[in-house]
Design a binder for this molecule. Structure first.
Ligand SMILES: *Cc1c(COP(=O)(O)O)cnc(C)c1O
Length: 489
């Protein structure tokens, strides 16, 4: 029996705080700043604690359950990352403190730039972008600035794969480009003939995720890069899937010129719910002058290395206030130093192994659309189950009854009834076996008791919600009457 909503527990005069007696004279707040319509609940501190703790328990979270949300790399976030992020010297450093007084913080950022350049196989790094999508925009503006500086202004199109994450075409459009979509071939690679017919003197570049969102490493990746380069375009790498190849291969070696990292995915800082992340970009040396302002540079001096902010010569300017999401950068840095090069490589190897193991357990019951070795994630289609009237969304709801977070569904768009499953390296064989068992049970139910799947979730606090309304008309502000009606539904 859930506790009643905190708003229903409100009792006039109850307080969640106590203030000391004022030692300064009382003043009356300007009436223009006063509001009577906030209707905040009057509750004790303890009730507030219970309220938020209860809400947190109604969520599925990586710290409570297996979370195979494909493309999102929901791996374990080691608690040592949090410990470092909460050290006084990290937590309390003020963004306006002069760089000369926070050399340690600058060194962390400088070292992180160097590590990311190595992992990407590229030369220069900006830590500023606040998320992957923001890194994409920053990277595309860098590419744009490069072409414009050379007077190559007729390059107005960007090629995007049909398997791309929606942020790729959105970013290209935001950067002012016309988007042209290239098809995938039957093996899930970029279709080379289609690509050749799309590139010309107007091609500014191509945005590509590799391994792609089908969980497949493009078997012709070097050829893809060559075709785009021969036409005078640049290759933008969406690095969301770096968890498959960190320490094994570098995008720079494959032919990419710009790459973003999702530190909150590959390098294990908490994410979800749109919380803070970081999407640094790495670029080839000839693009370094265009990076956003500032980057961190190191100078050897008589008493050791000195770190300072630097404005790249032909910078695209500011993309974010101050110096980036420093607490996220510190967590990712901790994670990388904690694992070391060998550890990061081992993580990728195990992520790929786990995905292939889980895929092999499920392919008897579900259609495995591209039956070749996958990278760190794989795509199932719910097409077999659809014949029994059960859709992928229904199965995703049913998975919650088994205590798991559902996989990504209906993405990638090019596979019917798709489920994108990414187990990550953090999970044990035991957990993967348990998940496979639940998935097999659901496949069996689709044939014998589809109603149980159609009515799912059956075990959660709230049942099936109207997702369209939730997305299109989210109720973000408390209004007493509405809230009560919704909860009782
Ligand atoms: C997550 C993701 C993005 C966007 O990254 P954010 O950090 O969420 O902005 C872009 N492309 C792919 C393939 C992704 O998985």
């Amino acid at each position: 029996m859930p506790e009643p909503l905190i708003f229903q527990r409100s009792s006039p005069g109850r307080r969640g705080y106590s203030l000391p007696d004022a030692s300064t004279p009382e003043v009356t707040l300007d009436p223009a700043l006063q509001r009577e319509d906030l209707e905040l609940p009057e509750v004790s501190e303890f009730e507030v604690v219970r309220h938020y703790t209860r809400l947190s328990q109604e969520n599925r979270a990586i710290d409570t359950a297996f979370y195979p949300l494909g493309s999102c790399t929901m791996k374990y976030n080691p608690k040592v990352n949090e410990e470092v992020a909460s050290l006084r010297g990290v937590r309390r450093v003020h963004p306006y403190t002069p760089g000369t007084e926070v050399q340690g913080a600058l060194q962390v950022m400088y070292d992180l730039q160097s590590i990311l350049a190595q992992v990407g196989g590229l030369d220069a790094v900006s830590l500023l972008p606040a998320a992957g999508a923001h890194g994409e925009l920053t990277g595309m503006l860098v590419i744009r600035a490069h072409h414009e500086h050379r007077g190559d202004v007729q390059r107005q199109t960007v090629i995007v794969a049909d398997s791309a994450h929606g942020t790729n075409p959105a970013t290209a459009a935001m950067a002012g480009y016309t988007v042209r979509t290239v098809q995938s071939d039957a093996r899930g690679n970029v279709d080379l003939d289609a690509l050749k017919s799309l590139v010309d003197h107007e091609t500014a570049g191509m945005m590509l995720t590799n391994p792609n969102t089908l969980g497949l490493f493009d078997e012709n990746i070097e050829e893809v890069c060559r075709i785009v380069h021969d036409a005078g375009g640049l290759m933008y790498g969406d690095g969301a899937n770096m968890n498959a190849m960190t320490g094994i291969a570098t995008p720079g070696d494959l032919g990419f010129d710009v790459l973003h990292f999702n530190l909150h995915k590959t390098f294990s800082t908490p994410h979800g719910g749109g919380g803070p992340g970081a999407g640094p970009i790495a670029v080839r040396d000839f693009l370094a002058p265009y990076l956003p302002d500032p980057v961190i540079r190191a100078e050897p001096t008589e008493d050791g290395t000195h770190y300072a902010f630097d404005t790249p010569k032909r910078t695209i300017g500011k993309v974010r206030s101050l110096w980036g999401n420093y607490a996220v950068l510190a967590r990712a840095y901790t994670y990388m130093r904690h694992h070391g090069a060998d550890g990061l490589r081992a993580n990728s190897v195990h992520a790929v192994l786990n995905a292939n193991y889980l895929g092999s357990l499920l392919k008897a019951d579900y259609e495995l659309r591209y039956d070749r070795p996958c990278m760190h994630e794989f795509v199932l289609s719910g097409s077999k189950q659809k014949r029994h009237g059960v859709r992928t969304v229904d199965m995703a709801k049913r998975i919650m009854d088994f205590g798991f977070h559902p996989p990504t569904i209906y993405f990638p768009l090019i596979v019917e009834e798709s489920m994108l499953i990414e187990p990550t390296e953090s999970e044990s064989k035991q957990t993967l076996d348990e998940f496979a068992e639940a998935m097999r049970t659901i496949a069996h139910e689709a044939e014998t008791a589809p109603g149980r799947i159609k009515s799912a979730p059956n075990e959660t606090h709230l049942r099936r919600l109207d997702e369209t309304t939730a997305a299109r008309r989210p109720d973000l502000a408390y209004v007493r009457e509405q809230r009560v009606v919704q909860e009782n539904k």
